[in-house]
Design a protein around this ligand. Structure first.
Ligand code: CP
Length: 318
């Protein structure tokens, strides 16, 4: 694996899932793989899970880690090639990424979308500029349209809990939120579940929240949430802003919040969320604190997903 930006960079989802679950059984089995290698972690946006789990994963492989909150501590970056830099930006990504590529063996980066310019966000302009100029493998810590480390984690979390011969029914449901959020997590979840191919996948949301077909593929969309939840084995709850009415909130319907009453439609479904979650807006306390929630072990699996990805890149560098 030369980079990790989307599921398309992965030679095979089942194999990567097995690698991750192997690390969960034996975290230090490759503790020397990354000795004398350094992971740079560049943040243009906040993070708890991605930051900490990826650091733990890198250390399990023997890597050094450097974290740089470039949005707060670095020079203001210019992302446009050919820009006349007479405004607020101080350093061009051409130099910044290339210099970081001199210091690190793997560069990882978090860069959220602006949610103002759909074309700029959906061409992944920011992360692609880093890929273009860094000269070392780049790992996405969540980009404008995708969050692959989260999605690999989510597949692992479903896989380790499902031993039956039939495919699990996995329902991804929109839920309300007070802020306009990116489509990265639901895009990526859909992309990975489709590529994995071992689930019956259904998406439910109010009209107007359709995601880019590039990611959802042939997954059926059911606009009636209760109907979609019928017989679900896993419920993946997430808010996102509109893709068609780009970046806007077009519904605040609180009846879409996940509650125990909603879960009665399911096959005692396990409830997943990438976190952070706004309690009693997105998911009710009774669900998050109840027996069907697996959000904490899901977040724990972030370590094994990151470790699997870093190990694949390190093996390529040997
Ligand atoms: N799920 C997730 O990516 O969490 P953080 O934003 O805290 O990293």
């Amino acid at each position: 694996m030369k980079q990790f930006i989307s599921v398309d960079d992965v030679p095979g989802v089942p194999r990567l899932v097995e690698t991750a679950l192997g690390y969960k059984q034996d975290p230090f089995r490759d503790k020397t793989l990354g000795v004398n290698k350094t992971l740079g972690m560049i943040f243009l946006n906040p993070s708890l899970r991605t930051r900490l789990s990826t650091q733990v994963a890198a250390r399990n492989l023997g890597m050094e880690v450097v974290v740089f909150n470039i949005d707060k501590e670095g020079w203001a970056l210019e992302m446009n090639d050919g820009a006349i830099m007479s405004g607020s930006t101080t350093e061009h990504v051409k130099e910044a990424a290339a210099v970081m590529g001199q210091y690190f063996d793997i560069l990882s980066i978090r860069t959220f979308p602006g949610l103002k310019n759909k074309e700029e966000d959906y061409t992944e302009k920011y992360i692609n500029q880093f890929i273009k100029y860094a000269g070392v493998p780049v790992v996405s810590l969540e980009s404008a349209t995708l969050h692959p480390l989260q999605s690999l984690t989510d597949v692992i979390t479903i896989k380790e809990r499902w031993q039956q011969p039939r495919k699990p029914k996995v329902v991804m449901t929109w839920a309300p939120h007070v802020k306009a959020l990116p489509q990265a997590v639901p895009n990526s979840f859909a992309q990975w579940i489709n590529a994995w191919g071992e689930a019956d996948f259904v998406i439910t949301h109010p009209k107007g929240y359709e995601l880019d077909k590039k990611f959802t593929g042939n997954a059926p969309i059911e606009y009636n949430q209760d109907k979609a939840l019928e017989g679900a084995d896993f419920v993946y709850v997430k808010n996102w802003s509109s893709y068609s009415d780009y970046g806007n909130i077009i519904s605040t319907d609180s009846s879409w919040m996940m509650s125990n009453q909603k879960l009665q439609h399911t096959n005692e479904a396990k409830v997943m969320h990438c976190l952070p979650v706004r309690r009693n807006v997105v998911i009710a306390d009774e669900v998050l604190d109840g027996p069907q929630s697996i959000v904490i072990p899901e977040a724990g699996n972030r370590v094994w997903a990151a470790q699997a990805v870093l190990s694949e890149i390190l093996k390529q560098q040997q």
